[in-house]
Design a protein around this ligand. Sequence first.
Ligand code: NAP
Length: 293
Amino acid sequence: MGGLTKPFGWTGARVPVIGQGTWHMGESRRRGEREAAALRLGLDLGLTHIDTAEMYGRGGAEEVVAAAIRGRRRSDLFLVSKVLPENASYHGTIRAAEQSLRRLQTDYLDLYLLHWRGRYPLAETMAAMETLVAGGKIRFIGVSNFDVAGVREAMAALARERLACNQVLYHLGSRGIELELIPFCQRERIAVVGYTPYGNFPQRRWTVPFSRRDCPPHDVLREIGCDHGGTARQVCLAFLTRNPGVFAIPKASDPAHVRENAGAAALELTPAEIEAIDAAFPTPPHPVPLEMG
Ligand code: NAP
């Protein structure tokens, strides 16, 4: 179910609409096996797009991913990692990618992102990314936390390759990217991967029973979920991934959460339901600066 895929921008790759995040994984050895087991369950349910970064757990998350993917056919996975801005010089980027590959115990990344913009000129980072593509170490190049102007610059900084992805904050309380960034990326056929899909809403607001009317916007999600035999969170993920070229990467280390997230891929919203969610969680009235998580 979770394996429902769609085209990843211009790349020709088809990637699961719902992927798996790994922020805060690999921070403690004690929790590592449970986290790897959650990722493995996600893989079994078709969530084969795994997002990690050298930053997460200072490399620990990449080691958890390595444990999770051991024994899997590499070509069945879409593995993503990121270089920290402080490492994103030409040589630093290449070194960081090689270290990520070593921790992940794999030969290549499907996608490598600049985590956010830092002090090194984009041209330098992008040149290193192109060297990594030429050497077969990464398939596609992307950025993260870039607004439209930044994406344009990153595109222009690439001499031989084409920008494949921009990973940005996207949840029901932060829909500003729908005004300009998503339409721009769709025109350029650059995939948009939304992170932190559950936003900062307190847990209570997702789970209070139907009869309690103290948080109306979430009632909309729950009611729609009920009509589909699903949950508020599944409706949230279905809404965020309703447009072509837009993906979500919830992070879950609890197996019940993984199952719930995987189930969202099969949930198709009607135009009336999309309208109701849109009214309950409106986009800002005019463009706003890109938000970061
Ligand atoms: P998130 O996925 O929106 O939320 C994660 C939290 O939600 C965890 O506490 C998780 O709990 C819980 N959760 C997940 N599924 C649930 C479910 N079905 N029911 C109840 N709770 C559930 O936030 P995120 O981790 O910030 O974002 C997702 C991923 O995006 C990250 O892990 C990372 O890979 C990426 N990211 C990228 C950037 C960037 O700058 N590029 C920034 C932030 C995040 P359990 O773990 O206990 O299951």
